[in-house]
Structures are given as C-alpha cells and as structure tokens.
Design a protein around this ligand. Sequence first.
Ligand SMILES: [Zn+2]
Length: 188
Amino acid sequence: MIESEVLVLNAGFVPIRITTVKEAICLLLSDKAVPVVEEDTFIRSPSIAIKVPSVIAILNYHHLPRRKVVFSKLNVIYRDDMQCQYCGKRFQMKHLTVDHVIPRSRWEVVTGKSLKEGFSSWHNLVCACKWCNNQKGNKLMHEIGWSLLREPFEPEYIPYIIVTAEKAKKKGWLPFCGFNVKIVEMIP
Ligand SMILES: [Zn+2]
C-alpha cells in the first residue's frame, strides 16, 4: 500500500508525475501538498491516521518540469499517436511496430547519405501496424503507391505520464488527465 501510485498535480492541477503513497504522505505532512482525491482506507501510526491519497497537488509549484523528448521506438509510436502512418488505423500496442520509411537497403542510394546520417531518426521512422510493415518490406513509398499520413518530424512534446485506462479509472485520475497524460490500453 505504501508503494501504491499517486498522481501528482502542480498548483494549476496539471499532472506532472507519479509518485508513491509514501512520498505523497511526506509531502502532505510537511504541508507542501494537499490531497485532491483520497481512498477510503487509512494509514495509521500511533499518533495519526491519514487517508490514503490517490491524487495530490503541490502548492506553490506552477511549472512543468522540463524534459527533452528522448528518441526511442516507443516515443515514435507515441508521437504518431499509435496510428499506423501507412493505413491510418489505430491499433493496440501489441500490433504496432516502427518502420523505416526509406529502408536500410535503399537509404544510401536514395539519399546519398550514409546510414549514420539520419537513417534511424525521427525523420525516417514512423509507427506502422505489423501488417503494413510486412507489406512494405524494402520498397519505397512511390513504388507501391502508398503515401504517408503525415511527414515524420521531431516532436517538441510528448506527454510526461503514460497510464492505462484501467488504472486511471480505478484510481480516480481520469478527471485530471486532460493535459500531459496519455491514456493507453496497455503499457508495453
Ligand atoms: Zn497499417
């Protein structure tokens, strides 16, 4: 229970991170935070009983912590909002892959660059369903008459917090998940 997860909001009620019940209670007891959603259970010590929080807000903290968007396959999938950039359909994570728009075997001839120069980058990787990925193989877009839903780009922003719909619902986090949170079917 003490290690259960608690959603932390800033003073403007924007979600900034997930912490543990243990740390949340420390913040509450030191008056740095206030409870926003509480569970029906208590944590008791000889001197106090405190309701277990599931959402807290940090007083006097109005910022969003800075975070650079790390280049990773998972973040490519999140950038594309779990939508296959070839067929345009949305899939659950288990059906998704990332695909090189210009395949490895064609990169140097098509771009005149070495593989180290942008082959595996935000600009050549897209989220693709397994089916499209398979169909595309090592062909170029125009060779099979496909077009991309959107030109791949380096995102300036990716939500800080990624949670499953089930957890957000169970913990009473949903009303706070409008900004900075991505709700997914399952965490890969
Ligand atoms: Zn597809």
